[in-house]
Design a protein around this ligand. Structure first.
Ligand code: HPA
Length: 276
């Protein structure tokens, strides 16, 4: 685990050499949401290939760069591209960006993703505020010897998504006049989309939306004590009784249609996020 601390330290060094600023917030952009980085007043861009120990991005619609700058007047870093367990990365490797974010001095993580909708009230293009999560990946990034300097052996997960940040998000959606659902995100390993029987299972087990990411990052964020806001864009409906074929391209195109809602929520929450 000391090895992990050393990896984080060398990644921090590279970012600090290029951008000597303390970000308040880090934003992980999900599939089809890379356009959100255009909202940033960019001060510096660092390719993941230049950050020590960062794996390469292989997922469709993920750029693979760290964008540093200002959003809503606050210093932020945007992870334009994330690592998924289905790419073959270990849960520890896949969550290195979250550890970097904490080590840079940030206090809040915003995670976004594309997800299949199971809740019958959801439609393609809707946004769901993640209230809670279910880990059905059968992997956990905290397995192994714990480095107590990074976080506790047994982190509390009673409220992984910060209730205050959720309130700010709901207020923003209300003010801007668009629908914002609240629900449970369930993560499966992927990379296959679900069978009809699996979509039915996800719903029975309590999932409102299903995807292949986010949960490992949120576990690590809670380990290191970052406040988390999670947003899912509903890109397809996982209907067991009226199945539709789905592709990564359909998911990315649908995700892009909700980018303005996501951007409004993220700006609204950053503006409200109190100085501690
Ligand atoms: N299942 C899993 N991941 C997804 C889906 C889905 O239906 N849609 C977008 N990401």
């Amino acid at each position: 685990m000391l090895k992990l601390a050393a990896q984080i330290e060398s990644a921090v060094q590279v970012v600090h050499d290029r951008w000597p600023v303390t970000p308040r917030v880090g934003i992980v952009l999900g599939s089809g949401l890379r356009g959100l980085a255009d909202q940033i007043d960019i001060e510096c861009e660092i390719g993941y290939a230049d950050i020590p120990h960062f794996p390469q991005v292989t997922a469709l619609g993920h750029a693979g760069r760290l964008v540093c700058g200002c959003l809503a007047g606050e210093p932020v870093v945007v992870f334009q591209g994330r690592f998924h367990l289905y790419e073959g990365y270990s849960p520890q490797q896949a969550t290195l960006p979250v550890r970097l974010l904490k080590a840079l001095g940030a206090r809040m993580l915003v995670v976004s993703n594309a997800a299949g909708g199971l809740n019958p009230h959801y439609a393609v293009g809707d946004v769901m505020l993640i209230q809670d999560q279910i880990n059905l990946m059968f992997r956990n990034p905290l397995v192994g010897v714990n480095d107590d300097a990074l976080g506790p052996r047994f982190p509390d997960m009673s409220a992984p998504y910060d209730p205050h940040l959720q309130e700010f998000a709901v207020e923003t959606a209300r003010r801007e006049g668009f629908l914002l659902h609240r629900g449970v995100y369930m993560a499966l390993l992927g990379p296959t989309y679900e069978t009809r029987a699996e979509y039915r299972m996800v719903r029975i087990l309590g999932g409102d939306a299903v995807g292949m990411s986010t949960v490992p990052e949120v576990i690590v964020a809670r380990h290191v004590g970052l406040d988390v806001l999670g947003l899912s864009t509903i890109t397809n409906i996982g209907s067991p009784d009226a199945p539709r074929q789905i592709t990564g391209h359909i998911v990315n195109a649908a995700a892009a249609t909700a980018a303005s809602k996501l951007s409004a929520i993220i700006r609204g929450v950053i503006r409200h996020f109190p100085d501690k």
